[in-house]
Design a protein around this ligand. Structure first.
Ligand SMILES: Cc1cc2nc3c(=O)[nH]c(=O)nc-3n(C[C@H](O)[C@H](O)[C@H](O)COP(=O)(O)OP(=O)(O)OC[C@H]3O[C@@H](n4cnc5c(N)ncnc54)[C@H](O)[C@@H]3O)c2cc1C
Length: 323
């Protein structure tokens, strides 16, 4: 059985257990969220012992070189000594410049950093309230166009982070940002490829940056954006997206709801999002897809698009997993 050294204690790692599970079981406070290797909240550093490859999947080369790893998916194969990285090296301060309501339960948060941030539209960061509470949010902003980092945050009743955003955070306050990560972004080099963008709820946020990046880069293939909500009020930015579609001949906006309402806009379609997608885009082979938002819907769509002929390497996704 491998042994795990953390601070001054040594813990046995039960076969199949992760570093995160082991440390939490022993009452250690390790920041974490998705527990699936997606959100990077549980980033740790090994000071001795080999880090399994799976625990470094998706990390930057510079982080791999410094033996950073994701504790939730790190199942030690040999004795390891680990520590929390000096998070101050990875975080930078920003000032809240604007908080705007986009719908009943979605706010747009704009923050300004002192130094320019290097990122691709569609990546995500961890926003930290303090040393202990951090959550992932996708970037809706476009580098070089938007001066600030922009987020669409859905307010979850009694949610720790989002209640703080809703009730306490004010313009001028300081917030900490952990560097952008993720591979859900537009890549140049294939401007004629059709793009399929599907988001539920605030899953629109990364897509909002991705399609603007594509259009700005001169993408000539079709760009189809499906935005799913429970009802029409969930389709925030509806008017802006409808207008954008009128202005760009290769951009198609498909707002969809599970439950229609009388008097809703004419372009909104009622029904199951995955069925609406498969009816309109029945042969996605050769397309590039971006799927973001509700984890179950993202998983279902990933499988559906793959089964319909798309190459798995052309399917990018950010499921908004939560604890
Ligand atoms: C890669 C990634 C990107 C993300 N990007 C965004 C984004 O751009 N915008 C955004 O709004 N969120 C995004 N999220 C989700 C976000 O990180 C938080 O999980 C969410 O805001 C809830 O945080 P909280 O602290 O307020 O709630 P918590 O205190 O963590 O949870 C409170 C309760 O609500 C439940 N809960 C939490 N989230 C949800 C949910 N989405 N639906 C239903 N129940 C929930 C929890 O299970 C818990 O019972 C993203 C997540 C990931 C992994």
């Amino acid at each position: 059985m491998a042994q795990l050294k953390y601070k001054d204690s040594i813990y046995p790692v039960t076969t199949g257990s992760s570093v995160l599970e082991t440390l939490l079981e022993h009452g250690q406070a390790i920041p974490n969220n998705c527990r699936a290797g997606a959100c990077h909240s549980c980033l740790m550093q090994a000071t001795s012992g080999n880090v399994p490859d799976a625990a470094q999947k998706g990390l930057k080369d510079s982080h791999k070189a410094r033996d950073f790893f994701l504790a939730c998916v790190c199942k030690p194969e040999e004795d390891m000594e680990v520590c929390l990285p000096d998070i101050e090296q990875l975080k930078f301060p920003a000032k809240v410049s604007q908080i705007t309501k986009l719908s009943n339960d979605v706010v747009e948060l704009k923050i300004k950093t002192q130094q320019p941030v290097d990122y691709f539209a569609g990546q995500f960061v961890t926003l930290w309230r303090d040393d202990e509470l951090g959550r992932n949010y996708s970037l809706a902003s476009l580098p070089g166009v938007d001066d600030e980092l922009i987020f669409h945050i859905r307010l979850i009743p009694n949610g720790q982070f989002t209640s703080w955003v809703a009730n306490e955070l004010k313009v001028g306050d300081e917030i900490f940002v952990q560097e952008p990560v993720g591979d859900c972004f537009y890549t140049q080099g294939n401007p004629e490829q059709n793009l399929l963008l599907i988001g539920t709820g605030t899953g629109l946020a990364p897509l909002f940056g991705i399609f603007r990046d594509a259009i700005q880069s001169g993408h000539s293939g079709e760009i189809h954006l499906f935005h799913g909500g429970l009802n029409p009020s969930g389709l925030y930015l509806h008017d802006m997206l409808s207008a954008f579609a009128e202005q760009h001949s290769n951009f198609y906006y498909h707002p969809c709801v599970l439950k229609a309402e009388e008097g809703m806009a004419k372009n909104i379609v009622e029904g199951d999002l995955s069925k609406i997608v498969s009816q309109l885009i029945d042969k996605p082979a050769g397309w590039k897809s971006y799927l973001c938002g509700d984890p179950e819907i993202v998983k279902k769509l990933r499988k559906q698009i793959f089964m319909a002929g798309s190459n798995m390497n052309d399917i990018y996704s950010d499921p908004f997993v939560y604890t």
